[in-house]
Every structure is written in C-alpha cells, then in structure tokens.
Design a binder for this molecule. Structure first.
Ligand code: GDP
Length: 711
C-alpha cells in the first residue's frame, strides 16, 4: 500500500525521522523512514492504518519509494547514449521472518519509463477508462496503474473507469497538460449571453458599462448601487438577462482566452461617431475574429454635434465587417452612453444575437466556471468572481480554482446578496479560497477536502515544473541572443494593478516589448496601489514601477520614490502605458554601432605640398573637393572611389576650408582634404565620408494596435 508523506519531522528523543501520513482520513506518524513530504512510500506495516488513531506510532520495518517515482528519477539520472545496465541475476530470496531493519535501502527496479511531453495536451473527462487515458497520453497501462497505486487507488482492468480528478492527477504525474471535457448530459436549458465591451480608447466603453449597469433591475432595486466585482447582469423587465464583463480592454480578453477561458459569447464594439474607426477598433475586430465571437456594433456619442454614424458604417464596411444595413449579419445600433440613448435597442440587439446563437447550458450537476477577477479583501480573504459555464455552483462545495483550493463559505451576486447557488452565465463572488487565483483560472468542484488539496498541490507542482522549464528554455534563448548581440541591458519592472486580471494583462503586454537589446524583467507583480515595499524593492534592483488603474500613492511614497530616483508610471489605458514604456526602453537600449555614409564629394583638383621639413613630415597630396551631398566631418573615415570601385579607405588627416581647419562642412562647400597614407587621388574621383552612428531600436505600433520594439 502506498502513502503520501505529508510532513517530515525529527524526533527529539530518538533522533529518528517521523513521517506523517494521511491514511483513511486520519493522520499518523511512522518512525525510521527517509522520504520527503509529498513523496510516496510503500509500507506494508501500515496496511491496516485506515483504523489507526491520530499520531499513533507505527515503526516502519521496510519501505521503498513508489516504482513510478523511482522510474522517474532513474530516467533523469540516465546518461544519454549509455547502454541499459545489465540485468542482475535472479537470486532466490532468503526466507526471513523479519525484514532486516539495518539493511541498506536498495531501490526496486523500475517497471517502466514514461516519455514526458510537457507541451502535449490531453483531453480528460469523467468516467474515462484507463485505456482511454493511455491512448491519449501515450503512457502504458501498467505505468498508469502504477501511478494510480501510488495515489492510493487500485484499478484492476484497463476498462475500469476513473473520475476526472483522478485522471488529472495521473496526467500531472506523467507531465502532460490537460483539458477537462465536461459532459453536456443533464437538463440543458437556454442561458443568458456573456458580453465583453471593446473598442478604441475614449470611445466610451466605461461610460457604456456604467450606463448599462444602472439600467439593471437589480441596480434599481439596490438604489443604483452595485458592487464592482468584474461582471454584472442586466435584467430586463421581460425576464431576460445579459451578463456583461466589467473590465473593458483587449489585453484582458486575450489574456483570458490564452488561458483557455472562453467565456465571452458576444463582443460589443464601441466606435465613437465623432472619431470613427481607430487602431484599437481594428484590434478589437481582430480579437473577436480570432476568437470566433460575433460582434454587435454600438456607434456611441451620437448626441454630439460632430457625430457622423454613416461615416463609421462605411469605414467598418471597408474594413470587412459585414454590417446588417449592407446585407451582412452584424447588427449596428446608434447610442449615446452619456445621455443613455439607444441602450434599450442595444440590449434588444444583444438578446437577438443570443437567440440566433441558441445559447444553452447544462444546469444540473457539478459546476464548471471561470474566474474573471480576483482580489484580496482584508476582512474576507481571497475573493474570486467567476462566471458559471455549466452546472450549478453551490455554497459549501469543495472547489479547486487554478492551483488554489477552498470550500465555498459564501456566494454573492452582483448586488452583494448572499445566495445559495449560481447557475450558468451568472457572475458570482466566491469567498472561502485559501489563495488568490488568476483571471482565466477554471473552477472545478471536487468531492472532498482531500481531493481538493491533492489537485491543488499537483497543479502547483506542475506549474512550478513548467515555470522552471520555461526559465531553462528562456536562458538557452537568451544565450543565443547574447551571442548575436554582445550587449543587452535589463529593465526591471514592478507591476501593480487594480485586479489580478489587469496584473496578468499588463505583465503579458510588457513582456511583448522584450527585445534583443533590452530584457523586460518583471521582478514583482501585485494587486493594489504602489506601496512602500514596492519602493524598497525598486530601490534594491533599480526597477521601474508601473501602476495600472491604481490610485495615486500617498505623497510620502511619491516623495520617497523621487528621492530614491525611482520612476513610477501610472496609467489607466494600457496603450498609453505601453507607449511610455516603449519610449523608456528605446532610451535605455544601448543601440547598435553602424557605419553610415554621411556625405559625398567630388575631387576637382589635386595639390601637392613638396619639400616639407623633417619635423613637418614627408610630401603630401591634398584633394581639392566640392561636397556634393550630406556633410563631411574631420573625425570621419574617408573612402576613395574610382569608377564606383573602392580604391582606398583611411582616417581623415586634415579637413580645411580656405586654409582654415574645419570640424564639419556641409553640402556645397569646397574643401581641401588629406587622407592618411593616401597620395593617389585623381581628378574625378569620388570621396565618401563615413561616420559611426549608434542606431537605437524603434517602438513600433501597428494598425491593429499591437506594439513591439524593432532593433
Ligand atoms: P473608454 O476609454 O472607452 O472607456 O471611454 P470613457 O467611457 O472613459 O469615455 C471617454 C470620454 O468620452 C469621457 O469623457 C466620457 O464622458 C465621454 N463620453 C462617453 N460616452 C459619451 C457619449 O455618448 N456622448 C458624449 N458626448 N460623450 C461621451
């Protein structure tokens, strides 16, 4: 029987190591074993431990690590190219009544080895057989059985089914990524649409969300006060409802999608009637297209005198958006978020779009949900706003959220009312988690606290493994870059933002500014305003502090930052933040030294200075030139060309205009030029002046709103 070690402690009296196990729901200690926490050990003496009392001592007489773990560690130690060790001769076992306690530990031979493929993603589902998992993961049945045994589960046949949680635990041990597939079986009912508002900065996304929030029946009941929890529901008098994600912005949308959280059903594309299609309008269109999410266009600010909705329609049409008025299927509504005009029409359009899409979800059974925002409340601890995708989330359930776990202490709706359960498309604030999850994390319901702990531990371990692997890959990549460009400076950055989702989005966006010359190193991230701790950290590593959507820090902190010469950048619009960071990165970049032709001159005459004294040097030839292009400088290198071929190249020995020494001369000037060690000028030759310049990288922002640093 295999047991997972919970902790390891040395007995002060005996000096022996005590291992704590969880066995049959109770914890017990055993002395004398050597294993690390979370490792598995086999121990026959503990076979009956299901009935053991807490902390009762069970001496381990004989133990060995799980075969799978050993196979794993052996594989790692294997030297590539070496032959497999010869099989040892089978020796008949001695018949012993007691296994020798002092005998040195000999690891059992691994039964199998498993190829790890960390980039592989395996689809898992509840009730899948061992054979299914084996086919998908590429691991052998016996390997899977061995892992299951280590997990304390016994599966005899390859046709036996296992739970989705167990499948995930096994998959994590193998080292593959998983995608949980959820059954659609059960009562399937229509569900409200989940809508994200996107568009160019200042076109009125936030104003629209504010106005929509106020039209909600719940908001009216609550006197217009609703919580900002990352999403809200607009309930119409007809009983229909629409869920809006409260964080407008493309980065958050993409960050969520990148993490597999496809919660958005419809995108509302806000375009200001007085401004028209702008770079971020196009960016929003591409995001929606890539995500295969339909668009409903809201032409905003129609109350303004300069509004021209027709122009916006034509612009959108020419960008390839097939508008309804032009025979396509994209609905367009003219609104004013400020004076709340046309909001009912927009809601109708969204309901119609949802109807066309025939949005349905399973409403019974365990819930599957996604986190849209997470924060820490001083009194209530970590809080996560999630949107249920299917099933029903019930208060009191054990859940695993990303790599965190907890038991739902309370569920609150957007009006802050405590509720017992949450149905599909319902945003809900979950209280009771042990740690802070990230936007885009999945929420899964598990049977017990033990399963929740195990899954969370397994996921954390996998995350850490992936992180180390990425660092490893990054280091190799960096080493390659370093070979190409000798100098690469580092730009340490601390990111603070209002919510976890923004932290993620800003971090991802900043990393996109990485270049071979400047390494954007995010040294610390956090939710909340810029604190004293951030200043200390920034001072220690000369970091810039980026605050996104956070309030201005108190004057004492600002003063501290100024005195320590630390730059704090506060922004509310991600594009503006990237622009400023881009500028700073370009400034900081060492640049690449390049030789440039700064000017060209034609040789019109040749003068010779003969019979010079010894102290003044030997005879010299002077080229009498006219600068025909650019400028010439005394510090430049001169290149002599004849009929297009380079005849000589050397430093400038003298540059004079009318017998006066000159540092630089511009186009049109006549000059006398001497090139060191060169005396074979001919009339009609061309002389080029070469200068060393430092070329800095460029901050590029594309039409679609994407940014990058080009070296
Ligand atoms: P966002 O950057 O897209 O979130 O834009 P905001 O919602 O912050 O709006 C930018 C500016 O446009 C603010 O000054 C708003 O008051 C103004 N604005 C938004 N909607 C309207 C509207 O319908 N009419 C007018 N006249 N101004 C608006």
């Amino acid at each position: 029987m295999a047991w997972r070690v919970l902790l390891r402690r040395k007995d002060v009296h005996t000096g022996l190591l005590n291992l704590a196990f969880r066995a049959g729901g109770t914890e017990c200690f055993s002395s004398g074993a050597v294993a690390k926490p979370s490792q598995f050990i086999h121990c026959n003496k503990l076979q009956g431990a299901a009935n053991c009392t807490i902390f009762k001592h069970y001496p381990i007489r004989n133990f060995h690590a799980g075969v799978y773990m050993l196979a794993w560690s052996r594989k790692k130690e294997d030297v590539v190219g070496l032959k497999a060790p010869k099989k040892e001769k089978r020796v008949r076992k001695e018949t012993r009544t007691q296994p020798p306690v002092e005998a040195p530990y000999v690891a059992p031979k691994p039964k199998m080895t498993i190829k790890t493929s960390p980039d592989k993603t395996v689809e898992i589902f509840d009730g899948m057989t061992l054979l299914d998992l084996s086919k998908r993961s590429g691991a052998t049945i016996s390997a899977l059985q061995s892992i299951l045994q280590d997990l304390g589960e016994k599966v005899e046949s390859e046709f036996d089914s296992i739970s989705i949680d167990l499948a995930e635990l096994v998959a994590m041990e193998i080292g593959v990524n998983i995608k949980r597939m959820h059954t659609g079986e059960g009562t399937v009912e229509p569900r409200p649409a989940v809508v994200t508002v996107m568009g160019h900065v200042d076109h009125g996304k936030t104003s629209l969300l504010d106005s929509l929030r106020q039209t909600s029946v719940a908001a009216k009941e609550a006197g217009g006060i609703t919580q900002h929890i990352g999403a809200f529901v607009v309930e119409m008098t007809s009983g229909a409802s629409i869920t809006f994600l409260d964080t407008p912005g493309h980065a958050a949308f993409s960050a969520m999608r990148a993490r597999g959280a496809a919660v958005t059903d419809i995108v509302v594309l806000v375009v200001a009637a007085d401004d028209g299609v702008m770079p971020q309008t196009l960016e929003a269109m591409s995001h929606a297209k890539v995500a295969n999410v339909p668009i409903v266009v809201a032409i905003n600010k129609c109350d303004k005198s300069g509004a021209d909705p027709e122009r916006v329609r034509i612009q959108l049409g020419s960008e390839g958006l097939l508008l309804e008025d032009m025979g396509g299927d994209v609905q367009v509504v003219e609104i004013s978020a400020l004076s709340k005009l046309g909001l009912d029409k927009l809601e109708e359009a969204l309901l119609l779009q949802a109807e066309i899409m025939d949005l349905k979800a399973r409403t019974d059974g365990p819930a599957q949900a996604f986190v849209v925002e997470a924060r820490v409340d001083r009194g209530r601890g970590p809080l996560a706003t999630a949107i249920v995708k299917s099933g029903t989330l019930i208060s009191g359930q054990y859940i695993v959220v990303g790599a965190e776990w907890g038991r739902i202490r309370s569920l609150r709706d957007t009006a802050g009312k405590v509720t017992e359960a949450a149905k599909p498309a319902m945003p809900i604030e979950i209280e009771g988690l042990r740690g802070l999850p990230m936007a885009g994390d999945d929420v899964v319901v598990v049977d017990s606290e033990e399963r929740a702990r195990m899954l969370s531990q397994g996921r954390k371990k996998k995350q850490e493994k992936d992180r180390l692997r990425k660092i490893d890959e990054g280091m190799t990549e960096e080493a390659e870059i370093a070979e190409e460009t000798p100098e690469r400076v580092e730009m340490p950055i601390i990111v603070k933002a209002d919510v976890q989702g923004s932290v993620q989005a800003v971090t991802d966006a900043l990393r996109s500014l990485n270049s071979p010359q400047v390494f954007v190193n995010i040294v610390h991230v956090g939710v909340g305003p810029v604190s004293e701790h951030d200043i200390d950290l920034a001072q220690a590593c000369r970091a810039y502090i980026v605050g996104f959507n956070v309030r201005n820090p108190p004057s004492a902190i600002t003063l501290g930052a100024t005195q320590a010469n630390i730059k704090i950048l506060l922004h509310k619009v991600i594009y503006h933040l990237l622009e400023e960071m881009g500028r700073l990165i370009v400034e900081k970049a060492p640049g690449v030294a390049e030789t440039q032709i700064s000017g060209e001159a034609e040789v019109l005459n040749i003068f010779e200075l003969k019979g010079r004294s010894k102290s003044k040097g030997p005879d010299i030839k002077i080229a009498g030139c006219r600068i025909t292009d650019g400028h010439f400088s005394r510090s430049g290198t001169m290149r002599l060309l004849r009929s297009g071929d380079v005849v000589f190249e050397g430093p400038c020995a003298s540059l004079k205009r009318e017998k006066q020494d000159a540092d630089t001369l511009d186009k049109g000037s006549d000059c006398g030029l001497v090139i060191e060690d060169c005396d074979h000028f001919q009339v009609g030759d061309t002389i080029q002046c070469l200068e060393q310049v430092i070329r800095k990288p460029k901050f590029i922002s594309t039409q679609s709103g994407a940014v990058r640093i080009e070296c």
